[in-house]
Design a protein around this ligand. Sequence first.
Ligand code: NAD
Ligand code: TYD
Length: 335
Amino acid sequence: MSRVLVSGGCGFIGSHLVRRLLREHPDLEVVNIDLLTYAGRPENVADLADDPRYTFVHGDIASADDVARAAEGCDGIINVAAESHVDRSIMGGDEFVTTNVLGTKRLLDHARAHELRYLQVSTDEVYGDVEAPHRSVETDPLHGSSPYAASKAAGDLLVLSYARTYGLNASITRGSNTYGPYQFPEKLIPLFTTNAFDGKDLPLYGDGMQVREMLFVEDHCAAIDLVYHHGAAGEAYNVGAEHEVPNIETAHRIIELTGADPDSLKRVADRPGHDRRYALDCAKLRALGWERRTDFDTGLALTVAWFRENRAWWEAIKSGEAYADYSAKNYGARG
Ligand code: NAD
Ligand code: TYD
């Protein structure tokens, strides 16, 4: 038996990853450390509660004590935990630095002291926006535009420095925009889908021509699993859909799939510093054996169906006071 510490396993990608690791690797135990922030939902992994190979630890990756407690007996760490939402980072909270930078350092220090395998789950946003036809390659300079992206870039640089300076067996995945069941309804796809079901407006930032590569969560987790087990030390791997979609097209598809009123799509003031286009070259990851399995049509239909069938999950979030506060702050001033 080997054992891996996954951070952020009660969030969106983390919950799918924990489930996948237990399913695909019968000889692996998984410890999930999660602070249970607004985005951490124990119900996302409620089905794993009775699995003897799964343990949950309520803790903060920015606390060396919490990390040491959770990582006892582990041979590796996959750092999925983060403050993950660009709009919240623009509101200016310290937690982006505490979790995404200091939290990364705490995990790296533990991995270094105990000679563990380490994988950092990062994002295509570290490259900043890229002009067509360029697709970012792993050696491109890092240019995070938002405080979120900057904090993730800082995390990546720390990981690379630990690999080079201390010889830590550490790799990085840089995933593109990910979507699927259990995604917190602040991101584009779950927000628009749930607003559509409720007959509310779909607030499109600016002209809606910003381009994102939408990646189905299972494909993203397959890449994390592959790189954790087979990626090279000191290397980053892009994980993208290699299929670019402007936000306005994503919005129209959601309107079609939900049967929402097309007039519910409303242009609102743009996001400050908004990146225009992300695009990843994934040749390096494909050479390791990964390929995207779910195209956008299939993945989006599946996701919209999940939100239709799991209204209780997202209503519990959207009816809360914290969510209302965030919505008022983010959308209130946009007109
Ligand atoms: P999420 O916001 O849904 O979940 C984050 C999880 O981390 C939550 O469970 C939260 O409670 C936990 N967490 C936050 N701070 C913590 C702390 N200090 N200690 C322990 N746990 C803490 O995020 P997500 O969308 O699942 O993203 C997961 C990772 O993937 C992040 O590192 C993000 O940068 C990266 N990523 C996300 C996307 C995307 O489109 N969602 C794309 C590429 C990369
Ligand atoms: P988001 O899901 O926040 O992911 P990211 O900022 O990490 O790319 O946003 C995806 C795109 O959708 C991005 O270009 C911003 C845009 N967007 C809107 O137009 N309206 C919204 O209400 C949100 C949340 C995002």
